[in-house]
Design a protein around this ligand. Sequence first.
Ligand SMILES: Cc1cc2nc3c(=O)[nH]c(=O)nc-3n(C[C@H](O)[C@H](O)[C@H](O)COP(=O)(O)OP(=O)(O)OC[C@H]3O[C@@H](n4cnc5c(N)ncnc54)[C@H](O)[C@@H]3O)c2cc1C
Length: 447
Amino acid sequence: MTKTDVLVLGGLSGITAGISCRRHYPDKKVTLIRKEGTVLVPCGIPYIYGTVGSPANNVVPDGLLEKNDIDLVKGEAVDVDRERKVVTLADGQTFQYDKLVFATGSMPLVPPIPGVDKQNVFPVKKEFDYLGCVLDGMAAVKDLVIIGGGFIGVEFADECRKGRDINVTVIEALPHCLQMAMDDEYCAEAEAKLTEAGVTVRTNAKVEAIIGETAVRAVRLAGGEEIKADMVILGIGAVPNTVLAEKAGLELGFRKTIKVDRYMRTYTDPDVFACGDCAEKHSFFTGRPVGVMLASIATAEARIAGSNLFSPVHQNCGAVSVFSTMINGRAFGVAGLTERMARQAGMKIVVTTAEAPDTHPGGMPDSCLTRVKLIFAKDTGTLLGGAASGGRSIGEMVNVMSACIMHGMTADAITQFQMGTHPALTSSPIGYPIVNAACKAVLPLRD
Ligand SMILES: Cc1cc2nc3c(=O)[nH]c(=O)nc-3n(C[C@H](O)[C@H](O)[C@H](O)COP(=O)(O)OP(=O)(O)OC[C@H]3O[C@@H](n4cnc5c(N)ncnc54)[C@H](O)[C@@H]3O)c2cc1C
């Protein structure tokens, strides 16, 4: 039996929790157990099929663990005895812990569509060898169908067209791709970029069956239309990986995630913590449970969990949901609530927009038009959400919006925001779109 102070089960958020623990409690022995031989950059998975070219070019280096003096054990935890504080691996090894962190993540959702188990139908697993096999198989593909037009589906579609002369069709049941994440005008812009990349976008379309003998030949839509397919990728969401947690007697909550408090301690056991996709999330805005799974949230929770293992330090303020993507060279991002979400929740809001080139003058090389939208609460003037499309700067622009949201900044406060500007790097100080959208909201908020 190996003894350790802290035992972490998992990958991405597990590494982060281990590093956070090391920073806060340098004298503790930290051991990470993970099933996967290699941890992939999960958000980079679609790029294996285009830009980065192979799973080997998309890994989180284990050097991070060595550098932080964290012991790595490759193996699957199959039993947790919370009375004795002992975890057993599939190969029989046992580990005794003082504190245990569940960071067991999520698995792709496989819908109960008839034919989903046919050859060449692939859920997006975060597994190195598996994704390599999908890549090899794609060499012979002529008609690729992607079920699900969320960010995973559209990123796959865009990447799979790169350097391949194949037909790629995205099938989305909602009126727009990305509709769960963005407002309609941004969805429409994203769909136009996909179409421009040669992807066929089918919205308001529901897959009823996957057909073929042993391997997929086509997908059938409700209504009977068949779309030719010799490979199908399922990009319709993920479910938490909490079978072991349930077996260990930990209380599960919303959609079978592990119930945790603001310190990321499980409800059931003060010596067991959970973070990342396997842990329950609450909205920053309402405090209600939400089903969002993002690496940004997972790693924030992991930092909190790691810091609190032996003494409470940080509290989780809830999931803001910040997200960005790139489609055919144009970036899209959202922080917090969309206009649709706020209206559906019955909130009184003021919505403003602004646009400007992301360089000044706009004639600089590689200049790109940035479009920004901000959503403010009518009664308090605080920022509830923001969206943007444009060039690479969008990734950080929505992060700025997230900071404003998390710290309750009002339109008045953002108006006074002092942003650094440079001709080649940002919009002009006169036209800076976040500030200008906030300026436009000041009077309507006073009405
Ligand atoms: C294709 C794709 C693209 C994405 N893009 C983005 C993006 O652009 N931005 C963003 O914010 N989020 C993105 N996400 C979501 C993000 O990847 C997840 O939120 C993130 O991976 C969660 O991290 P995690 O550590 O909680 O779980 P996971 O990444 O699922 O890791 C869990 C780990 O635990 C291990 N494990 C599980 N059970 C055991 C066990 N019993 N014993 C030992 N080890 C175990 C697994 O092998 C795995 O390594 C994307 C997801 C996918 C699939």
